[in-house]
Ligand binder design. Structure first.
Ligand code: HEM
Length: 538
C-alpha cells in the first residue's frame, strides 16, 4: 500500500482505555418512531434491559429511532432533517447513548461515535473496504454508459484502480512533484487578493488597507484552479479579470450535484428516473455538465501531451493525467472516469473548510497570532521550499485537523464489517452498514476536552499522548481510514495548508461577527451563509 495510506494507519493506533468501558446511554430506550427533539425523546419508553448478566446483547436490542423507515423518511422530509442530519445525529446520541440504529426509507444503519468502537469497526473492514454506495451517482454512470472510478467501485476492480492512483496522488514522491504547483496557485491567489485589498480596501490607522468580503467565490475558484493545475499540469486562469464562464458553470454544477444527492439517497433512483422526477433530472443534468467539462479538459490536455511526444516533456511534471497516461497501466476510459471523480471531489471539499478556517482564525486572534509566528519562522528558514516550510509549522497541520474536527466535510464514514463484531456489547452481524459519526464525535466532551474551543495545539504530539500516556487514535478521521481513505487527501491537506500559510504571511484576519456559524449538510457540511472575513494587510 502507498506510503500515505500506511502513514495514516500508523498515526491512528488504538484508542485509549478511557472509552473502552461500556459507556452508559443517557436514555436506555427504544421508541416506536421515537423522534428526538432537542436532546429529549418525544415518546420515551424505557423498555431495554441493561446487560448486567454480561451477555452480548442482540442486534435488535440496540436503541433505535423507530422501526418504520417510511414513517421516518416522511419525518425527514417534513422537518427538513436532511439538511440538519449532523444536528439530528448529535441529538440522537445525547438521547440514546453512544450507539443507535436508524432506518430512513430504504437505508438502515448502526451509528457510533466513540473512538474505541470506531477502531473495532475499521479492524474488520477487510481487504476491500466498502462505503455506502451513492446510488444516484452509480445510476447516473450506468444510465449514461460512463465507466465508474474508485469512488463507486468495490472489490478487486476498486483495488486495482486505487493502487495506480495512489502512486500518483498519495505517495510522498508524488506529493513532492505536485507541491510546487499548489504553492504557485496559493501565492497567485494571495497576490490577487492583495491587489483587490489595495484597490477596494479602506485605509485604517497606520496606513494599512483592509477589506471585508465573502471570500467563498474566490475560494471555489482557487480550489478549481489548484485541482486543474495538479490534474492536468495546466493553469486555467481563474484569477484573471475575466475568468471563463465554463469554469464557473462547472462550480455551479458540482454544487447542484451535491445538494440534490442527499434526498435521492433514500429513494430508488431508477424509479425516479422512470417517473421523470424533477429532482432526479436536476441531479443527472448536473452530473452531465461535470462530465462534459472534465471531458473537454481531458481532451485538451491529452492532445497537448500527445503532441509534445512524451508525456513529461523535458522532465516537466505533466500532472496526474499525464503520469497515468505515461505509465499506461489504466485504460484511457478508466483514466477519464477517475480524473472526472477527482475533479468532482476536489473543489467544494477544500473550498468549504477554507471558509470555516478563515472564520475560526479570524474570531480567535490569539490562535491566529500563534500560528502566524510559527509559519513566519518556518517560512524564513525554509528558503522558499514549500515542503520544508510546511514541515516546520506543525500548527498549520493542527489548524486543518481542528477545522475538520469541528466541521467535517463528510459527517460520517461508513463501513460494512466483513465479520461479526461487538460494539457497546451489542452483536453486529457482518455486512451491517455502520457509520462512524464524525460531527457528533468532534463535538463530544467524552472524546475531546473543551470540544467547542478552536485549539490547533491540541493535535501536537506531546498533548496527543494525553495525561495518562494514552495514544489518542481514531479521533482525526475526516479523510476516512486505511486503504479506502480519501485518495485526494494529500492534495487537499497540502492545498489548504499552503493557502493558509500564504494568507497568514500577508494578512491579518478578523470577522465582523464572531457568532457561531449556522451549518447545513448537503452531501458535505457547509455554512448556511458564507462568513464575511476582513483581510488587513500586514
Ligand atoms: C478536506 C478535503 C477532503 C475531505 C475531508 C475528504 C473526505 C473524504 C472521505 C471521508 C472519503 C471516504 C474515505 C473512506 O471511506 O474511508 C473520501 C473519499 C474520496 N475522496 Fe475525498 N476528501 C477531501 C478532498 C478530496 C479531494 C481534493 C479529492 C480529489 C482530488 C477527493 C477525492 C476523493 C475520492 C476519489 C474518494 C474515493 C476514494 C476511494 O473510494 O477509494 N477528496 N474523501
Amino acid at each position: 500500500m502507498s506510503t500515505g495510506v500506511s502513514a495514516c494507519v500508523r498515526a491512528s493506533g488504538s484508542s485509549g482505555p478511557r472509552f473502552l468501558g461500556p459507556a452508559q446511554p443517557k436514555a436506555l430506550c427504544m421508541t416506536a418512531a421515537g423522534t428526538v427533539v432537542d436532546g429529549k425523546l418525544e415518546t420515551a419508553k424505557p423498555v431495554r434491559k441493561r446487560g448486567v448478566d454480561g451477555r452480548v446483547r442482540r442486534f435488535e436490542e440496540i436503541p433505535h429511532t423507530g422501526r418504520n423507515g417510511w414513517i421516518n423518511l416522511l419525518k425527514f422530509w417534513r422537518e427538513n432533517r436532511f439538511q440538519q442530519l449532523h444536528k439530528h445525529m448529535e441529538r440522537t446520541f445525547n438521547a440514546l447513548g453512544p450507539i443507535y440504529r436508524e432506518k430512513v426509507g430504504t437505508l438502515s444503519s448502526v451509528n457510533i461515535l466513540l473512538p474505541s468502537d470506531i477502531s473495532e469497526l475499521f479492524k474488520s473492514e477487510g481487504l476491500h473496504p466498502r462505503r455506502m454506495t451513492l446510488e444516484p451517482w452509480a445510476t447516473h454512470r450506468e444510465t449514461r454508459n460512463h465507466r465508474k472510478g474508485v469512488f463507486l467501485k468495490n472489490g478487486e476492480e476498486w483495488r486495482s484502480d486505487r493502487l495506480q492512483l495512489n502512486k500518483e496522488v498519495m505517495m510522498s514522491a508524488a506529493v513532492r512533484r505536485f507541491l510546487p504547483l499548489l504553492d504557485d496557485v496559493a501565492k497567485d491567489f494571495c497576490r490577487m487578493l492583495e491587489d483587490r485589498v489595495e484597490r477596494e480596501g479602506r485605509r485604517a490607522e497606520e496606513a494599512k488597507r483592509s477589506l471585508t468580503i465573502d471570500p467563498s467565490p474566490d475560494l471555489f475558484r482557487f480550489a478549481l484552479e489548484a485541482s486543474c493545475h495538479v490534474l492536468y499540469g495546466e493553469r486555467i486562469g481563474l484569477f484573471s479579470s475575466s475568468p471563463s464562464l465554463e469554469s464557473q458553470k462547472f462550480i455551479w454544477a458540482v454544487e447542484r450535484m451535491l445538494t440534490t444527492t442527499p434526498p435521492l439517497l433514500y429513494l430508488p433512483p431508477r424509479l425516479l428516473l422512470r417517473l421523470g422526477a424533477p429532482l432526479w433530472t436536476e441531479h443527472a443534468t448536473a452530473w452531465d455538465h461535470i462530465f462534459s467539462h472534465a471531458e473537454a479538459r481531458i481532451q485538451k490536455a491529452y492532445q497537448r501531451l500527445s503532441s509534445s511526444g512524451t508525456m513529461a516533456a523535458g522532465g516537466l511534471y505533466s500532472g496526474v493525467l499525464g503520469q497515468l497516461m505515461e505509465k499506461g497501466k489504466l485504460s484511457l476510459d478508466l483514466i477519464k472516469a477517475n480524473i472526472t471523480e477527482l475533479m468532482a471531489g476536489g473543489v467544494d471539499t477544500t473550498a468549504v473548510p477554507l471558509q470555516f478556517g478563515l472564520f475560526e482564525l479570524g474570531r480567535n486572534p490569539e490562535v491566529q497570532d500563534r500560528v502566524r509566528q510559527q509559519v513566519k519562522r518556518s517560512w524564513e528558514q525554509a528558503g522558499g521550499d514549500p515542503q520544508k516550510a510546511l514541515q516546520g509549522a506543525p500548527l498549520l497541520k493542527g489548524t486543518i485537523k481542528e477545522i475538520l474536527r469541528l466541521y467535517p466535510v463528510g459527517i460520517t464514514v461508513q463501513r460494512y464489517p466483513v465479520k461479526d463484531i461487538v460494539l457497546q456489547n451489542y452483536h453486529i452481524p457482518a455486512g451491517t452498514m455502520v457509520q462512524a459519526c464524525l460531527y457528533p464525535m468532534g463535538r463530544s466532551s467524552q472524546v475531546f476536552e473543551e470540544p467547542l474551543n478552536f485549539d490547533p495545539g491540541r493535535w501536537s504530539s506531546s498533548r496527543e499522548e494525553g495525561q495518562r500516556g494514552e495514544v489518542m487514535g481514531f479521533r482525526s478521521l475526516a479523510f476516512g481510514f486505511g486503504a479506502r481513505q480519501c485518495v485526494g487527501r494529500r492534495i487537499a491537506e497540502n492545498e489548504m495548508q499552503l493557502l493558509l500559510m500564504h494568507i497568514l504571511l500577508r494578512f491579518h484576519l478578523s470577522v465582523p461577527s464572531s457568532e457561531d456559524l449556522q451549518t447545513t449538510a448537503t452531501l458535505i457540511l457547509q455554512p448556511k451563509t458564507p462568513p464575511r472575513i476582513t483581510f488587513s494587510k500586514l
